[in-house]
Design a protein around this ligand. Sequence first.
Ligand code: TRP
Length: 451
Amino acid sequence: MTDKREHFASRFTAVMAMAGSAIGLGNIWRFPYMVGQNGGAAFIIIYLIAALLLSLPIFMAESVIGRASHKNTFGAMDTLAPGTKWKWLGLITVASPLIIMSYYSVVGGWSISFLAKSLSFGFNSPDVSSYFGTFISSPWGPLLCHSIFLGTCALIVLSGVNRGIELFSKITTPMLFILIVIIMIYSCTLPGAVKGVEYLVRPDFSKLDARAISMAVGQSFFSLSLGVGTILTYSSYVKKEENLLATGLGTSAFDLLFALIAGFAIMPAVFAAGIEPGAGPGLIFETLPFIFAKMGTSTPILSGLIAILFFVTILFAALTSAISMYETGVAYLIEQKHLKRRNAVLLIFAGCWSVGVICSLSFGPLSGIKLFGDNIFGMLDKFASNILMPLGGILFTVFVGWKMPKSLVQEELSNGRNNRFAKISRLCIYYLIKYIAPIGILAIMITQFIA
Ligand code: TRP
């Protein structure tokens, strides 16, 4: 089995695939407004601390499990702790990325429709502000786009780890950086952009309450695709001789850099247009089209082109993330259930498409179904982000810190390198995994429920 498994060809492609998973809608619509609302640079400092003390250890824990077993999430638990209840963690983490993909692909679908509209220079008209609301509440358009989005993911994953995921990510991830930098340059040179820059960098420590801290941690988890076995699965395609700490640090650095650049691409434009930055998907699907329309009256061609680049960025960022969720389920079905890749891809398509249809309709015909004020889409997002991801994170770190033999973990963390840096770093990471991360995340989870 191990012989037939595919591997990422190099460190570069491994990092591009993982960064592709990490960089997604979370970086574009959540990070910028969270920074602005929660104290600017002060929030970024907390975010960095959370990334280093909590997210990096979970990332490394998932990497260690994936690479030590070279298996899917369930197979990994079954290999490293045969016959124990840990297999349940393996099973849950087969399901959780698929739950996330079901609603994530609905938003991915929206970006297809917006890209189509921008290609026809459709945002250069003043009546765009109602487009988002009308579009998402109509039944057929979003369903069609959701199907196209999921179908595209299916085709990429069907082509396999090397010829599908790796090839797609190594082209797309660098391209996303080029695109977002172009948009940032445009945005920061608009008249009045300075206010947006201030909004992001002005440190306001008075806004840092328990809620802001738990938001920083949650965002860092979501942004790095942690706690649901996606990084575990991708790490299982990393070669034995590769340095896991390098892939972990590389991925985290690219993800953070992209989130920051996205902030400087979006907020200055928002302020230049004189609007209050909204939250949630509305920020990129409502506010920005409005801005493009506004700019369109003075520079129609340029703002039309920027709109196209912007929606291409969103679409491809969402695709590289969604395929990582897809592959987590596919790897399980191929290795544990002995399905052919094609059948595994089809089965997951059918499941996620169906759940996605319900999520998509929850903005229109099914919008009456609500729990604590959230529609079905919102409920799934809260369930995944507030429960599945932190819980998975705790369990992965406990597994590596308390269940796996210390020698095996150390070996995976340093690959036999024995210089001073390797010794110190593997020890630091090990203790972060064993104590700091699980306790820290548990504390944050509790805060979330009472704050
Ligand atoms: N990290 C992605 C983003 O920022 C989303 C994502 C991809 C994800 N894979 C995941 C989130 C797995 C949770 C779990 O948009």
